[in-house]
Design a protein around this ligand. Structure first.
Ligand SMILES: NC(=O)c1ccc[n+]([C@@H]2O[C@H](COP(=O)([O-])OP(=O)(O)OC[C@H]3O[C@@H](n4cnc5c(N)ncnc54)[C@H](O)[C@@H]3O)[C@@H](O)[C@H]2O)c1
Length: 377
């Protein structure tokens, strides 16, 4: 295998949707060469290749896999494809950057994590909020002990794009999106982010789910709609026990009119509180009892409209892949990576599985953290 440099590393992207564009832009921003792309049809692939100025349009996943010039594969497809494609890519000796949630089950994530380690390949999972500038600042503040010992971690992740029963997306099909819908799609980000910032793992959860739209309407050919029964969660309320006796609570839904991408968390500690809202990503709130509260502002913030600000997280993608490729070309894969990996994807899936079990059994469920300890994570 050739020694990888930023100049000679070549990437193939799978998927042609929203995330394919975000990944392609982040790679371009980092000067990484995207050599080819693959979509669900050759027509779509060719159009996206032209739009994103990617030289090659693949006709099949096998063609991409067998392309010896490709070193890294980015997976930006619906959730059910992550596991088979990541597994095949690792077996073919390719490094893999995969969208979240990593897989549909914890067992699949564990298998991918082990395979990546066994093959000494770099794996990344796209928990991109971690690399937002003000999240990095929050991490520094928490690690410096400025908020003291954490007591409570709470928040929500709210969006509105599934508000109406006529809103349809592959995420509503459990075969493509997984049994957990809202928790897997956006809860996964929140759960990862608060564990990352606080440095605390989730030990136990108690989840309460609600489906408000038991029927939704999927567009089909001829401008018609097909009625589909839905039983995945429109709303999840989750009580959380973190390590060190820290208490948490989270609300998640994609039926919250007015909220485009409101990931919000607050950590209340023995000295101060800290809070962040993804819709105002360039700000970090610090709460004090005996002095004025402060809002820290990202010195690198761009002049964006408030609508753009709600949608954009491109900078966090740019930074995540800057880190991923710096690590890849440095070549020592025994060093601890400074970006989220398949290990983090596996932790996320263990938490998700406990949430799913809790919601069904209506009882507290332990996260199987001993599984992580077995791998010294
Ligand atoms: N990190 C984030 O902030 C974030 C945000 C949105 C989505 N995601 C994740 O990214 C993934 C994709 O989501 P999206 O919003 O881009 O979805 P999307 O529907 O916009 O795009 C999915 C793409 O995959 C393509 N596709 C489907 N089957 C395929 C196949 N067999 N081979 C190749 N391509 C195929 C579709 O044509 C489509 O272009 C999901 O796992 C989702 O959870 C992450």
């Amino acid at each position: 295998m050739k020694p990888l440099t930023l100049e000679n590393t070549k990437v193939g992207i799978v998927g042609t949707g929203l995330m394919a564009v975000a990944h392609a832009r982040a790679l371009k921003w980092n000067g990484i060469h995207v050599a080819g792309i693959l979509g669900s049809s050759y027509e779509k692939t060719r159009l996206k290749a032209r739009e994103l100025e990617i030289p090659h349009a693949y006709q099949s996943f096998e063609q991409l896999l067998n392309d010896d010039q490709i070193d890294v594969i980015h997976l930006t497809t619906p959730n059910h494809l992550h596991y088979p494609h990541a597994k095949a890519a690792l077996l073919a000796g390719k490094h893999v950057a995969c969208e979240k949630p990593l897989t549909l089950t914890a067992a699949e994530s564990r298998e991918l994590m082990c395979l990546g380690r066994e093959k000494n390949l770099v794996t990344g999972v796209n928990f991109n909020f971690r690399t937002s500038a003000m999240i990095q600042k929050a991490l520094e503040i928490v690690r410096n002990g400025e908020i003291g010992e954490a007591f409570i971690i709470h928040g929500s992740y709210l969006q509105d794009w599934l508000l109406y029963p006529t809103d349809w997306n592959w995420r509503l099909d459990p075969e493509a999106g997984g049994q957990l819908r809202t928790v897997g799609d956006i809860g996964s980000h929140w759960l990862d982010l608060v564990s990352y910032v606080s440095g605390l793992r989730i030990q136990e959860v108690f989840a309460d789910f609600k489906t408000f739209h038991n029927k939704r309407y999927q567009p089909i050919e001829g401008g018609k709609q097909q009625e589909i029964n839905i039983d995945s969660e429109d709303y999840a309320a989750i009580l959380i026990h973190f390590e060190k006796g820290v208490q948490g609570v989270l609300s998640i839904s994609q039926l919250c009119a007015g909220h485009k991408n409101r990931l919000f968390f607050e950590i209340n500690g023995s000295k101060a509180s800290i809070a962040w809202n993804a819709e105002q990503a360039d700000q970090l709130w610090l709460g004090h009892r005996d002095q004025e509260n402060r809002i820290l502002v990202n010195p690198g913030q761009k002049k964006l409209s408030s609508e753009e600000r709600k949608k954009t997280s491109q900078e966090s993608f740019n930074e995540l892949y800057r880190r991923f490729y710096a690590y890849l070309v440095a070549g020592d894969y025994h060093q601890k990576p400074d970006f989220p990996t398949f290990e983090d994807g596996y932790y996320g899936m263990l938490v998700s599985e406990a949430i799913e079990q809790s919601a069904h059994e209506k009882t507290w469920k332990r996260v199987k953290l001993e599984e992580l300890d077995r791998f010294n994570l």
